[in-house]
Write a protein that binds this ligand. Structure first.
Ligand SMILES: Cc1ncc(COP(=O)(O)O)c(C=O)c1O
Length: 416
């Protein structure tokens, strides 16, 4: 128990309970929110970053639809077999399977890398015609090596940049290396929806002219309310909490009325949504954002958090120039327990990919299983400020949730 006099409350001791009450007022949402300034910013700003300035793009409601469409074209043109990472979200795999492709799995390492020796062997053995890579949490793979491998074996390269918008190697953006790239926009930016397909080589013209359906007014209104509320709540946690309850009540009411809203996020792969396009509100917000400051803020938050946690606290702590991190990949011993405890203290920590697509069963490597079991996403997005970072680091320390030491865990997996 600390015993400090508080201004305005003479002779009153500050207890742990007091500090918990103060802490409970903090709210760190998993995703960035949207403010009026971004909604009504000047449109038509010069200098949109890649992929928003790229030719041959198609804007879908979600990135999984973009994956489905490009893989379906590849399958129809005779490229049926895709090399896919054993560590994945699940929806990208479902999109690939629904497009009619067969999958050969390659292993991902516990540092979010690719096991190049195994990938080379699989390429040499032949059979695959497409290599699908995921840039995890913003860290680019060694693309020159992967391009050379694809050229040697006649593979086309698809870069899944769903978690790596605004990221690159020095000044070169991810998604500019492969033949095709897919980005999820709403993960990094405060948009209702949005996934982009970029075709760099071997362009399928019909995809750039694909007739797409509208995403629906109720969906867009709901998402804008949600994003606005997140922005409000991070600044005014107490009132924001009440508004959040009201919003959830409205959502339940709309569900009861069976008002259809086409969701984004971890909601599975729904084939009837593959032809839905990005909303006009997302298009509008996209033109007015300050991309350089978003990237800078994310990098600064990542570095500040890294400095306040032990060196082995995350999957990766290096941050090469050009990388725009999506989240801080904390390594914890008990993922669901740590997530619950942090959420109770206002830190919306997300459990990253507890399970892959069922088709990976029996093909998952030791490192993918390790990542599924231990990685928790901590928010470091553009709405997070220095006091939030300090608070978050303090909670991680207090709760004692970190993975004790990587060597003991490696032994556990080798004997499993
Ligand atoms: C690696 C990866 N690819 C693709 C997707 C699909 O993105 P979307 O939600 O825009 O369909 C996700 C979603 O989380 C993902 O993590």
């Amino acid at each position: 128990m600390t015993s400090l006099a508080q201004p305005g409350t003479p002779n009153r001791a500050v207890t742990d309970d007091d500090s918990l009450t103060r802490d409970a007022l903090m709210y760190l949402p998993a995703w960035q929110g949207l403010g009026l300034r971004e909604m009504w910013a000047d449109s038509g700003k010069e200098g949109l970053p890649f992929p928003l300035n790229a030719p041959n793009t198609t804007y879908f409601h979600t990135a999984r639809s973009a994956i489905y469409h490009i893989v379906r074209e590849l399958v129809n043109s005779g490229r049926h077999v895709v090399l896919m990472p054993d560590y994945h979200m699940g929806n990208e795999v479902r999109a690939v399977l629904y497009a009619g492709a067969q999958i050969v799995w390659y292993p991902v390492t516990r540092e979010f890398g690719i096991d190049m020796a195994v990938l080379r062997r699989l390429c040499r053995e032949g059979g695959a015609q497409v290599l699908f890579v995921i840039h995890y949490a913003g860290w680019p793979h060694p693309m020159d090596q992967l391009n050379a491998l694809c050229a040697e074996h006649g593979l086309l390269l698809v870069e899944d940049c769903a978690l790596a918008l605004l990221s690159g190697v020095d000044a070169r953006s991810v998604g500019t290396y492969g033949d095709y790239a897919i980005f999820c926009l709403y993960k990094t930016l405060p948009l209702p929806d949005g996934g982009v397909l970029v075709q760099k080589r071997h362009v399928f013209d019909d995809l750039t002219r694909l007739p797409l359906q509208r995403s629906g007014r109720m969906f867009v209104a709901g998402r804008i309310a949600e994003l606005g509320l997140e922005r409000f709540r991070i600044r005014y946690p107490r009132v924001g909490r009440r508004l959040f309850d009201v919003k959830q009540g409205i959502g339940r009411f709309l569900n009861a009325l069976r008002v259809e809203r086409i969701p984004v996020g971890d909601t599975g792969f729904n084939p009837s949504h593959v032809n839905v396009g990005m909303s006009s509100w997302s298009r509008r917000v996209l033109t007015g954002l300050d991309y350089e400051s978003i990237r800078r803020r994310r990098r600064e938050n990542f570095i500040a958090l890294r400095e306040q946690l032990p060196a082995q606290a995350a999957v990766r702590t290096d941050l090469p120039p050009g990388v725009c991190p999506l989240f801080f990949p904390l390594l914890v011993a008990d993922k669901s327990g740590a997530s619950r405890a942090l959420r109770q203290r206002g830190v919306m920590a997300t459990e990253l990919w507890n399970e892959g697509d069922p088709s990976v069963a029996g093909h998952e490597g030791e490192d993918a299983r390790f990542l599924r079991r231990h990685v928790l996403e901590l928010p470091i997005h553009q709405d997070i400020t220095n006091p939030h970072i300090e608070y978050m680091a303090r909670q991680v320390g207090k709760l004692n949730v970190l993975l004790p030491s990587s060597s003991t865990i490696r032994a556990e997996y080798q004997t499993a």
